[in-house]
Ligand binder design. Sequence first.
Ligand code: IVH
Length: 671
Amino acid sequence: MIVSKMTPQERILQLRSELHEHNHRYYVLNSPSISDYDFDMLLKELQELEAQNPDMYDPTSPTMRVGSDITREFAQVAHKYPMLSLGNTYSKAEVADFFDRVKRALNEDFEICCELKFDGTSISLTYTDGKLVRAVTRGDGEKGDDVTANVRTIRSVPLVLKGSGYPAEFEIRGEVLMPWSVFDRLNEERERNGEPLFANPRNAASGTLKLQDSAVVAKRGLDAYLYFMLGEELPADGHYENLMAAGQWGFKVSDTTCKCSTLDEVFAFIDRMDVERKNLPFATDGIVLKVNSLRQQKNLGYTAKSPRWAIAYKFQAEKALTRLNEVTYQVGRTGVVTPVANLDPVQLSGTVVKRASLHNADIIEKLDLHVGDMVYVEKGGEIIPKITGVDVDSRFMLGEKVTFITKCPECGTPLVRMAGEAAHYCPNYTACPPQIKGRIEHFISREAMNIDSMGPETVELLFNYNLIKDISDLYSLQAEDLMFLPRMGAKSAENIVASIKESLNVPFERVLFALGIRFVGATVAKRLVRAFLNMDALMSATLEQLIAVDEIGGRIAASVIEFFAKEANRELVSRLMDAGLQFAIEEHQVQDRTDILNGQSIVISGVFAHHSRDEYKAMIEKNGGKNVGSVSKSTSFILAGENMGPSKLEKAEKLGVRLVNEDEFLAMLGK
Ligand code: IVH
C-alpha cells in the first residue's frame, strides 16, 4: 500500500537502500534476513524501475552488481599512496627480531595488530562521500588498472557506506579472494569445457578481476577482505580501531584480527592461526603484524620497498615427495651458477612443481644426492621450491651421485669459488652469454632504466643477432637495425629506439643501480649518489671514503672498488657517458643541499611530531651532516624527540653532549 503512494523515484531510493542492507547481511555478516527469492524479486523490481527512469542512473546502485558485457580496456590510474609489499619472515626468531627492532626504535609502549595474510590479489578502493568511486589493482605499486566495474560486482564490497563518521574521502585496501568452494567449482567447470585450469585461488582471483566482461566477473563469486585504511582524516590513531570502524561502515574485515602487546601474545596468535587457517573457507599464506599506532608507524617509516612498521610471517610450507630425474645448472647475471633439480611433476600447495632449486654445491653434498632419489620438495616463501631432504629408505638402486660441475655450462670456462662463499661463479664476466644478457635485462628493468618496450625476449633476439654485446650498444641501435628481425615490425622497432632515447633522462641514482654492481641496490645507489654527486668522484673514491658514507659497509665498498677497478667497466662507463646518460646529481638536488651541518655527527633519538626519522636522516645528510647510531664523545649533538632512551640520555649527560629538540633543529636549518 505504501508503495503505491511513492513516486518511482522514491521507490528506487527505498529499494536501493533495502538491497544494500540485504547484501551486507548476506555477504558480510553471513546472516540474511530474507529469502534469496524475495531478494531477487526486490532486485528485479529495482531493475525495471531503473530501466524506466534512466535519469536515476547511479553507478553505486545494487543493480550494478550484476555487471555488464561491455568490453573495455582498463585505464591506468596512479596510486595516491604507493602500494608497497611486506618484508617476509619464516620463523618466530625473526618475528622476535622485528619486535625488538620496533621496541628499540620507538622506545615507548606499542601494540601490534595481528591479521591473517590473505592469499588473493590486492585492491585499493576509493570512497568519496561514502560512495565507491574507484577500484584499482596493485599494478606495479605506483599505478594499477582501474577495475571499478568488476569490483562493483563483488557483493561484499559496499557500494554505499552505512552509518556515519567516515572521512569525506579515503582509500581502503584489501585482498580480493576466491573462496576454495568457488575455486573448485570453477575448475571443475573449466575441465568439462576443456579450458586450462587455474593453478590456485590467487591466480583465479587476479585472473577474474582482469576479465573484460564484468557480467562474467559477477558470476565468479569473488570475495574481499579489507585490511588497510589511508587518508587525511581517519577516525582513530589506531590501525585496529580504524578497521573496526570500517566494519561498522559495511566493509568485510576479518574477525580473527586482534591486538597484542607482548611477543608471547603474538606467538600465541601465530600458533592459533596455523591451526585455524586449515578450516577457513579461503587460502591464507601467513599472518601480518602491524604496529598499531599510525603515529608510531609514521615514526618508523619505510625502506625502499616495505614499511618498517609491519612484517609478514609465512606459515611453514607443505612438503611433497617426488623423484629426482636430473640436475641442470643455470648461470645468473652475476655469474653465480645455480643447480636446479628436475623432478617428476608433483602437486604442492596448489601448484604443479617440476623444478626446484638446489642452491649450491654444499647443499648437494650434504643431501648426498643421487639421480633417481625420492626427494622432499618444499615451497618456502620463495617462488622457486627447494629440495629439503632425501627419502633414503626408498632407495633400492643407487643412481649416479650428483657432483657439482667444474666448467660453466654456457661458455665452458672453469668455475671458481671465492673463499668463504658457498656459490660457484663463472669468471668469464665479459663474454659469458647469460651474464651479458642478465646484465642487460637488469639494466632495462623498471626500477633501473625503465626501457619498457624491451623484455627478456628482445634482449635474447638482439644478442643472438649480434646487435648488442653490452648495455652501451643499446644507445647506438637504429630502428632500421631492428625492424627486419623476426617478430619485429617497424612500429616496435621505433618504440624500442624511442624508449632507449627516453632513458637518457633517467636520474644518476637509477643509472648507478642499473649498472648492476654487486650489493648496490636501489637504496645503496641513492646513498652513494648523494654522497659523491657525480660518477668521476665515485669512481675515484677510496675504500675509506666509501665506508665513511652512512650505511655503506666494507662489503659494499669493496664491491664498488672492484667494479671500477675493471678496465672493461671503466670503458663501459665512458661509452655510456658519451651516449649522454646522467652521471651527476641533478642541479636542483645540488641546490637544495647546504653545508650547515658540515662535519657534524648527529644521533637521532626518540619520537617526533613533525617528521619521520627517515625524513630527519635525509635532512641531516642533505645539509652536510652525518647521522650516527650511538652517542660517543665525538657526537656533535642529539636530535632528541619525546621519550628518548634512558641509556642514551645518561650517556649524553655524562659526555656533555648537547640535546637539540625538533623545533630547534628545524630552526637551525632555517625551516
Ligand atoms: S598490509 C604496506 N595486510 O600481502 C603494507 N597485506 O606482501 C600493505 N596481504 O600486497 C599491505 N593480507 O596483497 C597487508 N592483512 C594483510 C594482508 C596483506 C594479504 C597481501 C597484500 C600485499 C602483500 C604484501
